[in-house]
Design a protein around this ligand. Structure first.
Ligand code: U5P
Length: 476
């Protein structure tokens, strides 16, 4: 027969729907439960069949009633119209021999088209399922429940590593041509991250409706270029509605409206959701962990009292963070085909370790200006070997105003070096950018202070009030 995904594609085309309706009957245990389950499902299926691409019963709501619950599940599956595929949400996984027993129920007895699986025990735990040809498999990757991030977003691998759920997607996508993944429909950033890495993978996205996910955001973040391959799941949002038929129709229509919008604007390009940049977040977290970023009350050189303090010199105390930062700088170096960067120039004192680390990372040689010309020995104003006319990129830690940068540029220019660019890790306010422009120097910043503040807010490191205070402070 046709494979699950083939059938699903045909169903999506004929129903013009990507919606996956959950069949999660909430029936009190006891006398007549099985009958009530079947009645509820029959009503729900009749009301929603026209609007759904597929159904997803969660086995928990049937197992809760013991043997007769399983029977009610079997009967439910038998009343689903044949052209509508079914994904059994069972989240199975165990050592091979046990998984085989699980697979027997799911595929032999219940004959589900597809199943959700937990990948935690590795490929051998999935194999008994994978051995059934033509079935679909959705592996848990990034789930929709609160706190899922604590485990699933752990960074793995060496510095700046990917979150665990991305590694899981890497892994399971190689297990079968029929491997899809489960990614939370209420976490657009994760959807976007997965979709960027896996342009074609099938994504089952629960968490819409009752769990707060928005159709518009999920579709914008998770739809494939083809306009498909994303199944937003709604259970309570349909079954719990006064009029389930109207609710399902509305979800289908909302999905299609979002779909058209995304297709028109180009997938990913104008998505309203900012895709998460894990490397950047890792650096932000590093700045907090190493005490480079501190909250408090700090009197600045100008006499102004700041609610935070950034001391990027402290990055030197963490080789791991230094390496991440060097790579971050390397990623924004304005290298042009016609005009290679010939030297990096660290601005003393703060940026000397950075320019050294970037130089080691990129093999671009470095020089550095002396901010106070040496009065003895060589009398150099620029240290390191160079030839007048070479293109130099200035390196500094952060920028508020352009003052010290311009001094450094003047010293280098006096020696005949070409200075047209400045790279910094953090940009704070907009004055620096203006100052540099006036001197004919383009500013390239890896991150804005506002992005750091947003990260702190997102991670609960600061509250709304503190966030507002920080943003207002740098806006002045
Ligand atoms: N489900 C999730 N999130 C996941 C994986 C599975 O919600 O990450 C399941 C739930 O167990 C439930 C359905 O069966 O998807 C969502 O139900 P609802 O929140 O739409 O009612």
């Amino acid at each position: 027969g046709k494979s699950f995904f083939r059938q699903l594609e045909e169903r999506i085309a004929s129903s013009a729907s990507l919606l996956c309706v959950g069949l999660d009957p909430r029936v009190a245990p006891g006398e007549g439960a099985a009958r009530k389950i079947l009645e509820e499902n029959r009503r729900l299926i009749e009301a929603t069949a026209e609007y759904t691409a597929c159904y997803k019963p969660n086995i928990a709501f049937y197992e809760a009633h013991g043997a007769e619950g399983i029977e009610a599940l079997e009967e439910t599956l038998s009343i689903v119209p044949k052209e509508i595929p079914v994904i059994l949400d069972a989240k199975r996984g165990d050592i091979g021999a046990t998984a085989e027993a699980y697979a027997n129920l799911v595929f032999d007895r219940l004959d589900a088209g597809a199943v959700t699986l937990s990948p935690y025990m590795g490929k051998s735990s999935a194999e008994p399922f994978l051995n059934y040809p033509g079935r679909g498999f959705f592996f848990l990757c990034r789930t929709s429940n609160p706190g899922a991030d604590r485990l699933q977003e752990l960074r793995v691998g060496s510095s700046g590593g990917d979150p665990l759920f991305i590694k899981i997607a890497d892994e399971v996508s190689g297990w079968s041509a029929d491997a899809g993944i489960v990614v939370a429909g209420n976490d657009p950033a994760s959807l976007a991250a997965v979709r960027r890495r896996f342009p074609e993978i099938w994504i089952l996205a629960p968490g819409i409706g009752a769990q707060g996910g928005s159709v518009e955001e999920a579709v914008a973040a998770g739809l494939a270029r083809s306009g498909s391959r994303l199944l937003p799941v709604v259970a309570r949002g349909v079954s719990g509605a006064k009029d389930p038929a109207a609710a399902a129709r509305k979800f289908r229509d909302d999905i299609n409206r979002a779909r058209e919008k995304v297709l028109k604007n180009g997938v990913g390009s104008k998505a309203p959701v900012r895709a998460r940049d894990y490397r950047k977040e890792e650096i932000f977290q590093g700045l907090v962990d190493t005490g480079c970023f501190r909250l408090g009350s700090f009197t600045l050189k100008s006499g102004i009292v700041s609610p935070f303090y950034l001391d990027l010199r402290r990055i030197s105390s963490s080789p791991r963070l230094m390496r991440q930062v060097a790579r971050a700088y390397a990623s924004i170096l304005p290298d042009r085909k016609d005009q290679k960067i010939q030297r990096l120039a660290g601005i003393p004192v703060a940026a000397l370790p950075f320019s050294t680390a970037i130089s080691l990372e990129t093999d671009i040689p470095m020089v550095y200006p002396r901010m106070n010309a040496k009065g003895h020995g060589t009398g150099n104003t620029v240290e390191g070997g160079f030839v007048p006319g070479e293109r130099v990129v200035l390196v500094d830690d952060l920028i508020t105003t352009g003052k010290s940068k311009i001094e450094a540029a003047d010293i280098l220019r006096k020696e005949g070096l070409l200075v047209e660019d400045l790279v910094v890790l953090l940009e704070r306010g907009r004055q620096g950018r203006k100052d540099m422009e006036q001197k004919g120097i383009r500013l390239h910043a890896y991150a804005q202070a506002e992005e750091l503040f947003q990260y702190l807010l997102d991670r609960g490191i600061i509250g709304e009030e503190k966030h507002a205070e920080l943003v207002a402070f740098i806006a002045d």
